[in-house]
Every structure is written in structure tokens, then in C-alpha cells.
Design a protein around this ligand. Structure first.
Ligand code: NAD
Length: 360
């Protein structure tokens, strides 16, 4: 099969890590008889430098016409002083809205061979960890009305409104139930319905939805309890679904349980098959251009792309197994190496994964 992939390498370590993911995709295509046509587009700081804006129209057009989008990372100190609408990170928010992406999927997957990197006691994560956080991406407090006003006697006041509609809740709920059906059949919906009206609506929509998925084991959890449960008993979770801000916070917490920021992929999906796939980390300006970046999060993002946008689960498994094999063999980039261990460069790690693909 033939696939058109829009590629946004971005800034900092972006070009280095995306190059490795492209190598892995090409080799996977060769092994399974698919061809990937990559169209490189500008976004972020490099787009500000070359086009005067973080998200050029042409990039949006190419992304929308492609089967999927692979992104490295954007931003860096060079562009930090730009006015709000010209900041490099605006490219990500712009892409999410232009591509109609409503769900952010962040698996927190702990590889057995990296168990030492987990900050929790070994007994809490024995046997590995595999949690998927499904975060609502386009609603809630990040997109609600906001402002400031003077009060007569309390000084200046600021407010951010957290609106949610039934439709927004239902469509993210469906993503979670469908994902759980393909995994271990459990959904935990996280809200704050003891306090927030949006959460009460959230919970009632989720309860309506769970009737449509009787095969899925469903439970509710308050967000403060969820934050606690993630560190004392993370293995109880399969899929966690939650609104935008709670998901922002909980997904960082969950991903850190696995130990290394350089290992974690993410997918942002809309209602069709088009998706945006990127590592959860940023552009790491402190190590950019030095060959020190771990490309595995981006390579695993490419695997998610095969699974969720291109419907190639076997090929996705092949990449994930190759990463697992390379880690089991003890291959390490600097961020996941223990003192004294041999350290691979970004491209050497990419080459190892490419080689391991054909051993599956
Ligand atoms: P960061 O994730 O870039 O880096 C945090 C730390 O993790 C750094 O020490 C870095 O060296 C390390 N690190 C990150 N990725 C790594 C990898 N693959 N291998 C090895 N080490 C890795 O976060 P930050 O420093 O807060 O942000 C840097 C820039 O990235 C900022 O401009 C920020 O706005 C931007 N950012 C972009 C995205 C995105 O493009 N989606 C996300 C987060 C941050």
C-alpha cells in the first residue's frame, strides 16, 4: 500500500529524532511491501525564521491532505521572546485545531528492561505497566472564555471558564471505550463531579455511554484520587479518559512513572483516520545537534501512526517489538544508560532498531 506522510521535523532535536523514525518507517515498508512518501513541512521556530509565522498555510494544507503527520518538536529559547501569536508552540495548537484533532492518546508503557528507571518502588510496578491516557483536546478551560476585570474592593480579578458540551464529552468517551475494547477492556473516567458542574455533565454522559459498551468494565474516579492512585497502584488502570486540563496534568504524571521522557510517544486523533504523532518531549535545546537525543519516543510514535491512522497493526507491533528487543540487548542512549554503560548516538540507536525489525 502507498501512504503520504507529512513530516514536520521542527526545532532543536526534532530533525535528528524524526530522521531516525523515517528510517524505521522506510525499512518497515520494505519488509511489508508498503511505500511511504514523506513531504517535509515547516512549523515552529524554523517556520518563524523562514516564513515569518509558526504555522504556514502550506503546512496545514499538506498535513490535511496526507494520510498522517509525524512531528518532532518545536520551540526553543531563540523564539521565547516572540509575542504570543508568534510563539513557536502556537504551531501545535494551530495544527490540532486545523486538523480537527479531539483526542490525545498517551500510552505510559514501561519496558521491563527499563524498570530501574521507574521512580516507584518495584513492587508497585512488578510485571510492567501499560496505561493509556485519553485526554480531551479541544474543549474545557484551555479554550473557554477568559479575561480580567477590576473589582471595586478586591483589586484585579482574572477568570477562565471551563465549558463542555454533551457532544464533546460523548466523542472523547467513545474514543476511550473503543480503545479499551482493543486493549484490556477497562475504562476509568476521571472528573471532579463533587465540585464542578462540567464534571457532573461529564459523568452523566459517560454513564449513558457505558450502557452501549457492556463488555467494558467501567469506573469513575475523582481527579485528586486519580493522581494518588497513579503512584500507589498504577497497574489497576487500562484506559483513563478525562477532560483537557486534568488530562494534561495526569498524563505527565503517568508518563514519568515509566522513567524516561525520551521513550514516550503520543497520538492526537480526530474523528476520521488522520492523526498527528509526536513524542511527548519538547525540542531539548540543551542537547540539540550533539547526537545525544533518544529517538525511541519518535520511533514509537511512528508505530502508533501505523496502528491508529494507517490500520497496520502487525507493522506497528513489529516496530514495538524491535524497540523492545534493542532495549533487552542492553542498547542505550545517554538518557537511559546507567553509569558505565556504553552509550549509543541518536543515529546508532535508529540503526539498531532498523536492524532489529527483520529479526521479528
Ligand atoms: P524538553 O522535553 O525539551 O526537555 C526536558 C529535558 O529532557 C531536557 O533536559 C532534555 O535534554 C531532555 N530530553 C527531552 N527529550 C529528550 C530525548 N528525546 N532524549 C534525551 N533527552 C531528552 O522540555 P523543555 O526543556 O521544557 O522545553 C524545550 C522547548 O521545547 C521549549 O521551547 C518548549 O516550549 C518546547 N516544547 C515543545 C513541545 C512540542 O513540540 N510538542 C512539547 C514540550 C515542550
Amino acid at each position: 500500500m502507498k501512504f503520504d506522510i507529512a513530516v514536520i521535523k521542527g526545532d532543536g532535536i526534532g530533525p535528528e529524532i524524526v530522521t531516525e523514525a523515517m528510517k524505521v518507517l522506510e525499512e518497515t515498508g520494505r519488509l511489508y511491501g508498503h511505500s511511504f512518501t514523506f513531504t517535509q513541512c515547516l512549523a515552529g521556530g524554523c517556520a518563524i525564521d523562514q516564513e515569518g509565522m509558526p504555522l504556514p498555510r502550506e503546512t496545514v494544507d499538506v498535513c490535511r491532505k496526507s494520510h498522517s503527520v509525524l512531528l518532532g518538536a518545536v520551540g526553543g529559547p531563540k523564539w521565547d521572546d516572540q509575542p504570543g501569536h508568534l510563539r513557536a508552540e502556537k504551531a501545535i495548537l494551530g495544527l490540532r485545531s486545523e486538523m480537527g484533532l479531539i483526542a490525545n492518546l498517551r500510552p505510559a508503557l514501561m519496558f521491563d528492561s527499563l524498570a530501574d528507571a521507574c521512580p516507584l518502588k518495584p513492587e508497585f510496578v512488578r510485571g510492567g505497566l501499560d496505561v493509556l491516557i485519553v485526554r480531551e483536546l479541544t474543549g474545557g478551560i484551555y479554550f473557554g472564555e477568559r479575561g480580567r476585570k477590576q473589582t471595586p474592593d478586591m483589586g484585579e480579578m482574572a477568570y477562565d471558564v471551563m465549558p463542555y458540551s454533551e457532544k464533546e464529552i460523548e466523542r472523547i468517551g467513545r474514543v476511550a471505550f473503543e480503545m479499551a475494547g482493543k486493549r484490556n477492556g477497562k475504562v476509568t473516567s476521571v472528573d471532579k463531579s463533587n465540585v464542578l458542574e462540567t464534571s457532573r455533565l461529564w459523568r452523566s454522559v459517560m454513564h449513558r455511554l457505558k450502557e452501549e459498551y457492556p463488555e467494558i468494565e467501567y469506573s469513575d474516579l475523582f481527579v485528586d484520587n486519580a493522581a494518588m492512585q497513579l503512584v500507589i497502584n498504577p497497574k489497576q488502570f487500562d484506559v483513563i479518559v478525562t477532560e483537557n486540563m486534568f488530562g494534561d496534568i495526569l498524563s505527565d504524571e503517568a508518563s514519568m512513572i515509566t522513567g524516561s521522557i525520551g521513550m514516550l510517544p503520543s497520538a492526537s486523533l480526530g474523528e476520521g483516520s488522520l492523526g498527528l504523532y509526536e513524542p511527548i518531549h519538547g525540542s531539548a535545546p540543551d542537547i540539540a545537534g550533539k547526537g545525544l537525543a533518544n529517538p525511541l519516543a519518535t520511533i514509537l510514535s511512528a508505530a502508533m501512526m501505523l496502528r491508529y491512522s494507517l490500520n497496520l497493526p502487525e507493522e506497528a507491533d513489529c516496530i514495538e517489538n524491535a524497540v523492545n528487543r534493542v532495549l533487552k540487548e542492553g542498547q542505550r542512549t545517554a538518557d537511559i544508560a546507567k553509569p558505565g554503560e556504553t552509550v549509543l548516538s541518536t543515529s546508532q540507536m535508529g540503526d539498531m532498531v532498523v536492524k532489529a525489525l527483520s529479526k521479528n
